[in-house]
Design a protein around this ligand. Structure first.
Ligand SMILES: NC(=O)c1ccc[n+]([C@@H]2O[C@H](COP(=O)([O-])OP(=O)(O)OC[C@H]3O[C@@H](n4cnc5c(N)ncnc54)[C@H](O)[C@@H]3O)[C@@H](O)[C@H]2O)c1
Length: 338
């Protein structure tokens, strides 16, 4: 039985009506209680209109107006990465809670400006959409680390493959948009910051982009993670990880579900994209965000997490550009995030 939220509901504006914005808007409108999607904004007015029509809310191409609207209590930002900074800053100016899709910003300078603005406000209003923290398998992995029964983590092997990517999905973007998930997950799982990053570049499927790439990350506690990012893997979407601890390992993301045996073969489905793979995590993240906004108890990845991740992503890109192993150093964590 679902326990109903007390009135009034949280009135949410969704910025960006692409794949993620549409999915978030529909999840909020049709699957979750305690909230109401009151407006959808996208630079592409038709796209905003199509999503808003399904939900039965207003649509516009003016995201700033939605953020400023007193009838909107909180925002989900799922527009293109480069738009996150102005929109999150506008939310902070109005004192409105915001769930901003990852990455918080495309580089550490921009992410740092956002974090500094939140520190200035003096209240945690930003959650960053690193939804792996809400994935059931990742949570089991986290529980194994925290439970200590398997000892300390030593190594992590990660695979992150997309079926396809546009021509504009370039080498740096593969880090900021995709590997940022593994960077953040490693920090979260181990509770340790990353101190160096190395990009290793094998033979590529394209001339102008390094695809696939291998990224090596080392944490302050000495855990080393290897991350394969392959954005044009063709066969499907796959996110897998194996954490190696002193007395055992935890593997997640292996094929699950129906297995078909026929004609001397055995097969199972591979999801086509991130929405199919992570829909329950996106839903749980939104549910948790609504509760956290209503209770004024911040949850999930913070602006600090978004900033720290962006610093590591910048180091990966510097390494990609011939920097070898690039050291990472973080400034002191502001008291707001302790
Ligand atoms: N958490 C995850 O697993 C995950 C997965 C995919 C994408 N993302 C992130 O979600 C965001 C959206 O990704 P997507 O896959 O939906 O991309 P998309 O290209 O499908 O949609 C992006 C939308 O943003 C709109 N837009 C661009 N500039 C705008 C502006 N100035 N104002 C308002 N709208 C604008 C575009 O018109 C488009 O509709 C990105 O930040 C991306 O990195 C997160």
């Amino acid at each position: 039985m679902t326990i109903p939220f007390p009135e009034p509901v949280l009135r949410v504006g969704v910025i960006g009506a692409g794949a993620m914005g549409e999915h978030h808007a529909e999840t909020l409108a049709f699957e979750l209680g305690g909230c109401q999607v009151v407006a959808v904004a996208d630079l592409d007015r038709d796209r905003a209109g199509r999503v808003a029509e399904k939900i039965g809310c207003d649509s516009t191409d003016d995201a700033t107006a939605v953020i400023a609207d007193p009838a909107v209590d909180a925002l989900v930002i799922a527009s293109a990465d480069a738009t996150h900074e102005p929109y999150v800053l506008a939310c902070l100016e109005r004192g409105k809670p915001v769930l901003c899709e990852k990455p918080l910003a495309p580089d550490a300078d921009a992410a740092g400006r956002i974090m500094a603005a939140e520190v200035e406000v003096g209240r945690r209003l930003i959650q960053v959409g690193f939804m792996r923290r809400y994935d059931a398998d990742y949570r089991r992995m986290k529980a194994a680390v925290d439970g200590r029964a398997l000892g300390q983590p030593l190594l992590m092997h990660c695979v992150h493959r997309n079926q396809s990517a546009g021509a504009d999905f370039h080498s740096a973007w593969m880090i900021t948009s995709s590997v940022s998930h593994e960077i953040e997950a490693l920090r979260w799982l181990t509770g340790s910051e990353i101190v160096s990053a190395t990009a290793v570049l094998p033979r590529s499927v394209l001339e102008h982009v390094f695809d696939p790439q291998l990224v090596l990350l080392r944490t302050a506690e000495g855990v080393v993670a290897d991350v394969e990012i392959f954005a044009r893997a063709q066969y499907g979407y796959e996110v897998r990880a194996e954490l190696v601890l002193e007395r055992g390992t935890v593997s997640i993301g292996m094929p699950a579900g129906a297995v078909v045996r026929t004609a001397e073969t055995m097969s199972t489905a591979v999801p086509p994209g991130f929405i199919e793979r992570f829909a329950p995590a996106y839903r749980r993240q939104l549910h948790d965000w609504i509760q956290s906004v209503r209770s004024e108890r911040p949850a999930g990845a913070s602006a600090w997490d978004g900033f720290a991740t962006a610093i590591v992503a910048d180091a990966c890109i510097a390494s990609q550009r011939g920097g070898g192993t690039v050291p990472v150093s973080l400034p002191e964590r502001p008291a707001l995030y302790h």
